[in-house]
Ligand binder design. Structure first.
Ligand SMILES: [Zn+2]
Length: 494
């Protein structure tokens, strides 16, 4: 993988990250003070495997993979941990409803998810941690919170976090306990001291996931699970905590309260939240019943086209998945791959790293990505670089060593954005399939198109312009536009 020319600490420019905690962009300084490749501890809330994973899970995985890759490019030694919430209300509800073994079900859906995102070229996590593997650690953690006066056990065998004991509760979502108290339903719960208090341990004998504890048979609450898994895998103080915007409150707020009550210090320096996913202009939700399975999205839109449209949106913005979005983006992706196909021996040449164009594109790429991982702007820099290379290639007639190097750099920078892992044939095939779906027509293959283009050349050579026009129309009906130039005819998505 291509790396930035300078060590992170030695480079003049640093990465600024929008931190939800504090609500502003700040320069990123890793906790580890090593001058060379400092370690970055990064945790992103993972799957609750109670069903097939949906496109929202994919979006999160792709976005944090892009962020992680860029941190690695900037010579930071990222240690990336993700959890599996395999003890949860929804999982227990499924166990009750369907009589399934929750351990088997969660394993099947977890394996399916990670196998699927691997097809999208997402880097494997450094450590995957499951709640079922850390229940004793959860119990020890809760005991410590009780000892410190931040939690209390109730007569029914549950344990709650005492929100009133944590003065800065609400700092992530920018709310205070008085405001929150006004907004909650003051349900009559004799067990809890305040309606804001949340469960650390739930008395529960109904599930095979229940375990004995000092408070009786039960299971962990959702929020404590993440605090404990982070504590066990990364320690008390981490660099980056990520997740979807929908997790900010109460999940992440509660994680902070528990972890900081436990240590007395700060928990995560940076809190990053990914924007939400819409489907055809509507929020993806249970009530609208418009969940799109990740495997279905992969089938409909292909792997790299999906990654490409996501990289063209900033990670904090919401994204509206629709056929139109792909129609509008496919040619830009095709242009990159047409260039890669013209320069089959492209590779980064270390002796040419000081080439002016290389320095310029890497600098523009870094300026964009250092600014809170602005991948759409980074892609603009890559598109401009691509156009310049095409010009040079057209002028030279054949790839020179310099062109091969520049295309190598272009490709590697794209890989950091999580794209350019497929070849031209795959992109053309997936693109034609998407266009076919939009037009409600049976998709044609790149081979079909090439056949028609060849026939058209022959018709034109034989001065059969009627047939040539017919072919152009036929291609147009299939969503393909013919482009004629001195070099010959080629095609794009119409
Ligand atoms: Zn979490």
């Amino acid at each position: 993988m291509l790396r930035s020319q300078n060590e992170y600490r030695a480079s003049a420019r640093k990465i600024t990250i929008y931190n939800t905690l504090g609500g502003e962009k700040r320069v990123f300084e890793p906790i580890d003070k090593s001058p060379v490749s400092p370690r970055v501890k990064m945790y992103v809330c993972g799957l609750t495997p109670q069903d097939h994973s949906h496109m929202g899970h994919g979006l999160m995985a792709f976005r944090f993979d892009l962020i992680r890759r860029y941190l690695m490019y900037r010579r930071l030694d990222v240690h990336f941990v993700q959890n599996v919430t395999d003890i949860d209300d929804k999982i227990i509800a499924k166990e009750r409803e369907l009589g399934v073994d929750p351990m088997v079900m969660t394993r099947v859906f977890t394996d399916e998810f990670y196998a699927t995102i691997q097809k999208f070229n997402v880097l494997p996590v450094d450590k995957l941690v499951k709640v079922t593997e850390c229940v004793p650690e959860v119990i020890t953690f809760i005991e410590e919170l009780i000892k410190k006066g931040f939690a209390y056990a109730t007569d029914d065998g549950s344990v709650y976090f005492d929100v009133a004991k944590k003065d800065d509760y609400g700092k992530l979502s920018n709310q205070n306990t008085a405001m929150l108290y006004e907004s909650v339903r003051k349900e009559l719960d004799k067990e809890k001291r305040s309606p804001l208090d949340f469960a650390l341990w739930k008395a529960d004998q109904s599930t095979t996931l229940s375990r004995p504890s000092p408070w009786g048979i039960g299971r962990p609450g959702w929020h404590i699970e993440c605090s404990v898994m982070i504590h066990e895998t990364l320690g008390d103080h981490i660099d980056i905590h990520g997740g979807g915007l929908d997790l900010k409150f109460p999940h992440h707020e509660n994680e902070i309260a528990q972890s900081e009550a436990y240590t007395g210090g700060s928990f995560s320096d940076v809190w990053m939240h990914s924007g939400l996913l819409n489907i055809n202009g509507q929020k993806m939700s249970k009530s609208l019943n418009n969940f799109v399975r990740l495997t279905d999205a992969m089938e409909r839109y292909g792997t790299e086209p999906l990654k490409f449209v996501i990289a063209r949106h900033h990670y904090r913005s919401s994204i509206d998945l629709s056929d139109k979005l792909f129609r509008d983006n496919l040619n830009a992706l095709l242009d990159f791959h047409r260039l890669f196909a013209r320069v089959p021996n492209a590779r980064v040449n270390e002796t040419l790293m000081h080439d002016g164009e290389t320095v310029a594109v890497m600098s523009a790429f870094e300026a964009a990505m250092d600014n809170d991982f602005n991948s759409p702007e980074a892609l603009v820099a890559l598109e401009q670089f691509r156009a310049k290379i095409v010009q040079a290639l057209d002028a030279a007639g054949a790839p020179t060593a310099e062109i091969e190097h520049r295309v190598g750099v272009l490709r590697e920078l794209g890989i950091i954005l999580g794209i350019f892992f497929e070849n031209l044939d795959v992109i053309e095939t997936q693109g034609l399939k998407i266009i076919g779906q939009i037009l409600n027509a049976s998709p044609c293959t790149p081979g079909d198109i090439q056949g028609l283009l060849t026939e058209r050349v022959e018709a034109r050579a034989a001065k059969n312009f009627a047939r040539s026009d017919e072919i152009r129309k036929e291609l147009a009906a299939r969503g393909v536009e013919v482009l004629d130039s001195k070099a010959g005819s080629t095609w794009r998505f119409a």
